[in-house]
Design a protein around this ligand. Structure first.
Ligand code: UDP
Length: 416
């Protein structure tokens, strides 16, 4: 495993956002956990929602006196491919898993066992990749083990359930993002609903004026600052529906002739699914010069800070931000856009339904046609965009920022 080293963060920095009283409550919650040894394990330090939220949560817990470490599994390309299958299987796709997959899964975890075998008070494993540790540790397990499942497990496929159930039953508690995800075949013990969060104080989420954002998009990405822009920021994959986004854009184009579309997404190092979906997306764009596909294989920076600022520019400078997912455990990219007062049109699925009240903080849609209709209306009504964007920001401030998420975690750790 590889440790991700982070500087402690002070909860005081958030006082302007949540008030003195809330800061005091968080300090109080943390007081009895001072010195607790907490391990977070996940599969990547880069590029998805979990990698996005862990730095703030881990840094804040360290700042409050807990001894927290974040470690990332190491595995080869076949392990990454297997875990993409598990992820897809958990979200309801029928996937083929055979005994050689289990052998690969367990041998990879075996080679990552040293850190989890140390003495911890709490071990939080994120998503399905590290879940199998509890099949390997036997008597060497210490502390309380929590499974933080970030994906939509409301209708899991049978193969993924059969694969993971021998391990998930050993956890004391499952943390899920929506009540409907807590199905007993995967989360047989205690379950807690914990909504994810964004960190408003990171470079990705810091204030960037729409005009400066547009200037960045023009100079770095060649987008026309005078013409309407719609954008989706997300990995290239089946659940993010990039092809549906292009179909919706084509419908919009009939009503708003000068509209431009940006599809923006990163690719992990071993990401066969991402590569395949990126190729399908480019193919579907069919050379339309108003469809711009930016990935970390070409124009999008791989440097962490520059990348964050580029994503910020897309979320702050677009007229409408799309998150047209067909499954979405939560949807941090949508939350980030809402924080920037963007008008968001999102799939009526999973956590997005909790994030956006339809017609209030953005729109929820169930088809290409509905998506195109909402985008066209928003492009034609700047005042509506502004009104929804303002409400969206407030929604995020009240419910989806890091201190609230931190308090939820502290309460759960305290409950043991
Ligand atoms: N993201 C990014 N660069 C990209 C695409 C996505 O940094 O090119 C970030 C995005 O800003 C968000 C996270 O990756 O913080 C995606 O989280 P989300 O919950 O939306 O989706 P997930 O990838 O976890 O399914």
């Amino acid at each position: 495993m590889r440790r991700v080293v982070l500087a402690p963060k002070s909860i005081c920095e958030y006082e302007g956002l949540i008030g003195e009283e809330a800061v005091g409550e968080i300090r109080e919650l943390a007081a009895s956990l001072r010195g607790a040894r907490v391990l977070h394990v996940n599969a990547t330090a880069y590029g998805d929602g979990v990698a996005e939220l862990l730095p703030s949560l881990v840094g804040l817990k360290c700042g409050l006196g807990l001894e927290v470490e974040w470690h990332v599994l190491t595995g080869n390309a076949s392990f990454t491919e297997l875990t993409q299958k598990l992820h897809n299987g958990l979200q309801g796709m029928e996937v083929a898993l055979d005994p050689s997959d289990r052998a690969l899964y367990l041998s990879t975890l075996e080679s990552n066992l040293e850190v989890v075998s140390r003495a911890w008070d709490f071990v939080v494993v994120h998503d399905p990749q590290p879940v199998g540790f509890l099949g390997l540790l036997d008597g060497r397990r210490t502390g309380h083990w929590l499974w933080r499942c970030h994906v939509d497990t409301s209708t899991p496929g049978e193969a993924a359930v059969d694969f993971l159930a021998p391990y998930t039953r050993h956890f004391e508690v499952s943390l899920v993002s929506m009540p409907g995800y807590a199905v007993p075949e995967l989360h047989p013990s205690r379950t807690e609903v914990v909504l994810p969060s964004i960190d408003p104080l990171t470079p990705k989420n810091q204030a960037l004026s729409p005009s400066l954002a547009r200037q960045i998009l023009a100079t770095r990405f060649g987008l026309d600052p005078e013409r309407p822009l719609i954008a989706q920021v997300s990995r290239f994959g089946p659940w993010k529906d990039p092809l549906g986004v292009i179909d919706a854009y084509r419908e919009v184009k009939r009503r708003v002739a000068d509209v431009q579309l940006a599809l923006v997404g990163n690719l992990a190092d071993n990401d066969p699914e991402g590569t395949e979906y990126l190729a399908m997306t480019l193919d579907h764009a069919a050379g339309d010069t108003d469809i711009h596909v930016f990935s970390t294989l070409d124009r999008l920076s791989r440097d962490e800070l520059t990348h964050a600022l580029e994503i910020n520019a897309f979320q702050s400078g677009s007229d409408v931000v799309l998150q047209k997912s067909i499954r979405e455990g939560f949807g941090l990219a949508a939350t980030e856009a809402m924080w920037k007062r963007a008008a968001v049109v999102a799939g009526r699925v999973g956590g997005l339904v909790e994030q956006i009240e339809d017609g209030v903080h953005g729109y929820l849609v169930s088809s290409v046609e509905e998506c195109a209709e909402c985008v066209a209306v928003l492009l034609q009504k700047p005042e509506l965009r502004q009104k929804m964007g303002a409400r969206a920001r407030e929604r995020v401030r009240e419910r989806f920022i890091a201190p609230r998420h931190l308090a939820d975690y502290l309460r759960i750790l305290q409950s043991f």
